[in-house]
Design a protein around this ligand. Structure first.
Ligand code: CA
Length: 242
């Protein structure tokens, strides 16, 4: 799939915002469907396939969080960009926890919006192209099926989003090494280091909750103070090393 001609579903109830977004997406050559409620959005998802969903958090009826949860049950890998009107941290965390891959806080510039959309489409097509060559990856008691997009832990089986797979692949390819915040944001999100970096921290919280025995005392997804994060595949071997 190329970026051009990608099918995008916009779920947004505010006419002025929807109009600006649709005008610009169509100008870029994307095919857009517009839904004004969560119910309409889910209906559109049931009837056609999309390459990306732009989802407003505050919707009449079913809100964006619930739409995202329901959508994820159906397609764990469909990229979702959530739009939130409030700069409230709790909203952003809730959005990412419900399975959104990224978010933008209103008001945003259309230039920034288009950058995010293009980046997400590019990453998801990379992911689809690479997927068949990927092995199964194991660490601790966790098994990650990168090609099929799911992971098994002693507690549960988790369907992973394309963004989660992208971040996990980066960690697995650099096991034992420090990944700086800048590198993670640039390579996994296509963001400049000055971007809203809470996206990254919220994401790590989510990975720890999935994969760590005790998320408050992470053994695999370690914080490296002032620098970034480090993935440790075998914590026990590391302890014995000099
Ligand atoms: Ca709204």
């Amino acid at each position: 799939m190329t970026e051009k001609g990608a099918r995008i579903l916009l779920i947004e109830d505010e006419p002025n915002i929807a109009e600006g977004i649709l005008f610009n997406l169509e100008l870029e050559g994307f095919q857009c469907i517009h839904a004004v409620t969560g119910e309409e959005g889910l209906e559109a998802l049931a009837q056609a396939s999309f390459d990306l969903v732009v989802l407003d958090l505050m919707l009449p009826g079913i809100d964006g969080i619930e739409v995202c949860r329901l959508l994820r049950q159906r397609d764990p890998q469909l990229p979702v960009l959530m739009l939130t009107a409030r700069a409230d941290e709790a909203d952003r965390v809730a959005g990412l926890e419900s399975g959104a891959d990224d978010y933008l806080t209103k008001p945003f510039s259309l230039a920034e919006f288009l950058l995010r959309v293009r980046g997400m489409l590019r990453r998801s097509s990379w992911y689809r192209g690479e997927a068949l060559r990927e092995p199964v990856y194991r660490f601790g008691e966790v098994e990650v099926q990168l090609n099929e997009g799911w992971a098994r832990t002693p507690r549960e089986t988790i369907e992973l989003t394309s963004q989660e797979l992208k971040v996990l692949r980066l960690f697995f390819n650099h096991e034992g090494q420090v990944l700086t915040r800048e590198k993670l944001l640039a390579e996994a999100w296509g963001m400049s280091p000055k971007a809203e970096t809470r996206t990254l921290d919220n994401f790590i919280v989510r990975l720890r909750r999935y994969f760590e025995t005790d998320p408050s005392d992470p053994k695999h997804f370690r914080t490296v103070r002032g620098r970034g994060y480090r993935f440790v595949r075998e914590p026990e071997q590391e302890k014995r090393a000099p």
